[in-house]
Design a protein around this ligand. Structure first.
Ligand code: SAM
Length: 347
């Protein structure tokens, strides 16, 4: 499938034609990664952040939010919960928080590896090679870093670099792959300023880098951010050129991503479940996705990790989340994955 065909499918609006896209994506998913849905326990370990991402509710400039950093004991306890639930891996995510030091994270990873069979995914933003190498050596398996958009001008506008230090997420992804990480990335669908051409290029870029994991979800405006509050209209393209942040477009991106990256692990994201609480998870899984990330963050912190408002599952306990997801997976005839669920069982 070339870029023009990707673009054509993104613009397709006829339900009858889209049925073909859904069927193709689901059959490639079934043939290439099977019917298992892998569960990754998500732990949001800190909402401190030094970045000023224009879209994100926990960015450094967001005032009026209570900042937290989980203690080592709290993190280990959440990891234990994920292991008891039978999840094959944990994803530790945070704002870009220098308080999560190289040594703290390294020793945390070692403890998890010494006491569980879990694969470990990190998602701590743009970190130094020294830190990334140390965490890999300590036992981390995967790293998630969305490139957010493949349009460099749009990227600069929504994700300002630090003075004198250009943000280059593609370069970090490639270096991490060389270090031995499985690399994960993704984009938001419907970011103000995102055109259909850009979105087609994003999907083509997933293929170009042969990403191991790819997460896509709708952009959800966060009211206290430049892209979500008053003045956000300045960022939008004219109607027709601007990609909408809706469910249908997100599902097209999930399906096309499966077609261009047949072996990738693709989550049905929380953002998708947020815009369609009734069936967003199931639709994502039926149209290309094979991973879900149930939240195991303690509820008192989960409400503070508000990257956008109304996040799905925010008030549920980890147990309720697990039971609900297991029911949803069974309802579409899929089975729970066993083990770490890495790309081609690579760990
Ligand atoms: N700090 C790390 C980083 O930047 O990669 C990880 C945390 S960051 C909150 C995780 C992801 O949340 C981002 O990559 C972005 O795509 C997504 N996100 C942030 N704000 C969002 C919004 N308003 N709507 C939808 N997704 C959002």
């Amino acid at each position: 499938m070339d870029r023009a065909e990707i673009f054509g499918w993104l613009c397709e609006m006829q339900e009858g034609h889209l049925e073909e896209l859904w069927k193709r994506a689901d059959s490639v998913r079934s043939a290439m990664v099977g019917d298992e849905v892998h569960l990754r326990g998500l732990i949001e370990i800190s909402n401190y952040c030094v970045r000023q991402c224009r879209y994100c509710g926990i960015n450094a400039c967001s005032s009026g939010i209570t900042r937290y950093r989980m203690t080592r004991e709290e993190i280990i306890s959440s990891v234990g919960e994920a292991a008891r639930f039978g999840y094959g891996s944990v994803v530790m995510q945070s704002g870009e928080d220098p308080g999560l030091t190289k040594d703290f994270v390294s020793s945390l990873i070692r403890e998890i590896k010494d006491t569980t069979e879990l694969a470990i995914t990190l998602s701590f933003g743009e970190r130094s090679d020294d830190e990334l190498r140390a965490w890999k050596e300590a036992g981390a398996n995967r790293y998630l870093l969305r490139f957010e958009t493949s349009d460099p001008v749009l990227y600069d506008r929504i994700h300002p670099s630090f003075p004198g230090k250009l943000s280059n997420r593609f370069a970090q992804l490639e270096r991490m792959r060389d270090m031995g990480y499985e690399i994960g990335t993704g984009v938001m669908v419907g970011i103000p300023g995102q055109s259909w051409e850009t979105l087609a290029q994003d999907i083509d870029t997933f293929r170009y880098y042969d990403m191991d994991m790819i997460g896509v979800g709708p952009f959800l405006p966060s009211p206290h951010t430049p892209l979500g509050g008053h003045g956000a209209s300045d960022f939008y393209l004219e109607p027709g050129r601007q990609v909408p942040n809706d469910e249908l477009t997100t599902l097209k991106v999930v399906a096309l991503t499966r077609l261009v990256c047949p072996e990738a692990n693709i989550p049905s994201t929380t953002a998708l479940a947020t815009i369609d609480p009734a069936s967003g998870r199931e639709l994502g899984l039926s149209r290309g996705a094979n991973v879900v990330m149930p939240n195991v963050t303690p509820p008192q912190y989960r409400v503070l990790y508000e990257i956008y408002p109304g996040k799905a599952c925010i008030h549920e306990t980890a147990l309720v989340c697990r039971d609900c997801l297991e029911r949803r997976i069974a309802s579409i005839g899929r089975v729970l994955g066993k083990g770490p669920g890495g790309r081609k069982n690579s760990g």
